[in-house]
Structure formats: structure tokens, C-alpha cells
Ligand binder design. Structure first.
Ligand code: C2E
Ligand code: MG
Ligand code: MG
Ligand code: MG
Length: 280
């Protein structure tokens, strides 16, 4: 982080933070080549119904293998992609690859038409003027039924430009694509948008899920989110479910779907069919 020099307005890097900036610059230049050097991979995490553990879809998550550092977490490199604008081509790559893969699974009978592939959209992706057209093109080019695609956005992504976002969401609803609000409850935003916009799912953030068995406040928050969603006709997905006890609480609260290490970690494409076969 840069500290402003009071007298001449020059940016001064403090010794402690300078290495961080170097690391970031290093990541940035390495990321520029990640696509062409084939260092990106997609993993898929199954989403299943809370009752009966039926397969309802999968969330696609991006992975990057740096030639020297090895696997780098998306929590580290997505912000760099976001700041540099690289998220636009990378996001397009994720969207197209995921649609292509899911279409193949549909054709092979691995997944059903009542399930969906969920793709995350960053704030910058969501601001792209032609995003609706890009999504439509990805669907058309891959042959994926639009009803088999869900897009995940956070509240803050939506709030950044609510007017443009609302137009886009209606365009997507018209296509048949579903919308999930990711990390629900962690942002600072009003709930008013929920009644006006075509949203299909609320995803309860892992921060409310992980201690739900012991923390009454977390349970109260989850209960409220589920009640709110159901009253508005939305479905609820809990994320980060790691234990049976957590699942039991979510079942008592009437949560619809979940994903998490308890059912499965995100896996490479080759491994998903086996996980789905174990569902029923
Ligand atoms: P997210 O969309 O909230 O994704 C859920 C994160 O929780 C994933 O982390 C997933 O691996 C992790 N997770 C799932 N189940 C469990 C569990 O039981 N326990 C724990 N501790 N963690 C669990 P991941 O893959 O590291 O992704 C982090 C974030 O990076 C995502 O959060 C999403 O915001 C972003 N991201 C990942 N892939 C993409 C992408 O392709 N495009 C964009 N725009 N963002 C992405
Ligand atoms: Mg997500
Ligand atoms: Mg999430
Ligand atoms: Mg999350």
C-alpha cells in the first residue's frame, strides 16, 4: 500500500509493504501469460439437495498453476485479474469452457436437464456493456440450454450499478438463465432489490454456515435468510457445509440445497461423473 507524502504528493512505499507490491507485480505479469501457457484449470463442486442429496448442479471454480509457485488460490489471483482487466478474457474463457463441458455431460447423460452449471461473475465482468450478448453467444455456440446455466453475483457487484444490472438481469431472465446471489448476507446492501429483480437463488455464505451448530446467532441469520428467500419464492443454497451436524441444522431450517466438503470438494471434470453416480 502506498502512503502519500504530505508535502509533494509523491507516493512512498513503506519497507514492509514493498515486498507485497513486488509479489503482486510478479503475479500480474505471470497472469498475463497464464491463458496462452495453459496454466488455468476448472474444477467443479457438486451442489445437491439437502433432502435426499440429489444432484442439482455444480459450481465451476477457476484454478491457476503458477510455473514456480504451484497452485495459487483464486482469492489471491482473482483480485489481480479484476484490477488489471484480465478478468474479462479469463472470465469469458471460464464461461465458454464451463458451458462446453456441461453440454457434453448433458449429451452423455451424466447430468440432467433439471440441473445447472453455476458460473461466478466478478464486479468488472458484470459491468461489461455487452455481457448479455456474450452470454447469449456462449450458450448458442456451445448448444447449452440456457436453463442449464446459472450465474453467481454478489450483492456488491449488483449494487455497484443497479440500473445497468437490472437491465442485464432481465435480459438473462428472458434468455432463461438463472441468477444466484453469492455470499448473501455479507455485503452492505438493502433488501429492496430482491423484490424487483429476477433472482432465483440466495447462497448463504460459509461464514454463517460453519458454526451454525454452536452459534445461535448464525443459526438465526440462516433461518432468516431461508424464510426471506422462501417468502419471495427463491431457493436457498448453503455453501461450505463440512459436517453432518451442519447439514442436519440446515435440514431443520428448510434449506433447499448445499455444497461443501461434506458432500465433495471441487473436482476436475473427469471425476464429476463418479460423484454424481453416488448421489442416488
Ligand atoms: P465463492 O464463489 O463463494 O466459492 C466458494 C468457495 O468456497 C470456493 O473457494 C470453494 O472451493 C470453497 N468451498 C466449497 N466448499 C467448502 C467447504 O466445505 N469448506 C471450505 N472451507 N471451503 C469450501 P475457491 O475455489 O477458493 O474460490 C474462492 C472465490 O474465488 C469464489 O468464492 C469466487 O468468488 C472466486 N472465484 C473462483 N472461481 C472464479 C471464476 O471462475 N470467476 C470469478 N469471477 N470468480 C471466481
Ligand atoms: Mg460462487
Ligand atoms: Mg459463494
Ligand atoms: Mg463465499
Amino acid at each position: 500500500q502506498a502512503k502519500r507524502d504530505g508535502r509533494n504528493g509523491c507516493q512512498v512505499f513503506t519497507p514492509q509493504t514493498a515486498p507485497m507490491d513486488k509479489i503482486r507485480l510478479g503475479l500480474e505479469s505471470a497472469l498475463h501469460h497464464a491463458l496462452e501457457r495453459d496454466e488455468l484449470r476448472l474444477v467443479y463442486q457438486p451442489q445437491v439437495s439437502v433432502v435426499g442429496q440429489h444432484f442439482v448442479g455444480a459450481e465451476v471454480l477457476l484454478r491457476w498453476k503458477h510455473p514456480v509457485l504451484g497452485w495459487v488460490s483464486p482469492t489471491v489471483f482473482i483480485p489481480v485479474l479484476e484490477d488489471t482487466g484480465l478478468i474479462e478474457p479469463f472470465g469469458e474463457w471460464v464461461l465458454r469452457r464451463a458451458c462446453q463441458q456441461y453440454k457434453r455431460w448433458l449429451d452423455d447423460g451424466v447430468v440432467g436437464l433439471n440441473s445447472k452449471i453455476s458460473v461466478n461473475l466478478s464486479p468488472r465482468q458484470f459491468r461489461q456493456r455487452d455481457l448479455g450478448e456474450r452470454i447469449q453467444a456462449a450458450i448458442q455456440d456451445t448448444g447449452l440450454p440456457p436453463t442449464s446455466l446459472a450465474l453467481e453475483i454478489t450483492e456488491s457487484t449488483l449494487m455497484y450499478n443497479l440500473e445497468q444490472g437490472a437491465v442485464l438481469l432481465r435480459q438473462l431472465r428472458h434468455l432463461g438463465v438463472s441468477i444466484a446471489i453469492d455470499d448473501f448476507g455479507t455485503g452492505y446492501s438493502s433488501l429492496a432489490y430482491l423484490k424487483d429483480l429476477p433472482i432465483d437463488y440466495l447462497k448463504i455464505d460459509r461464514s454463517f454456515v460453519k458454526d451454525i451448530v454452536t452459534d445461535r446467532n448464525d443459526a438465526a441469520i440462516a433461518n432468516s435468510i431461508i424464510g426471506l428467500a422462501h417468502n419471495l419464492g427463491l431457493k436457498v443454497v448453503a455453501e461450505g457445509v463440512e459436517e453432518q451436524d451442519i447439514l442436519n441444522v440446515l435440514a431443520d431450517l428448510g434449506c433447499d440445497q448445499y455444497q461443501g466438503y461434506f458432500f465433495a470438494r471441487p473436482v476436475v471434470a473427469d471425476e464429476l461423473p463418479l460423484l454424481i453416480a453416488g448421489c442416488d
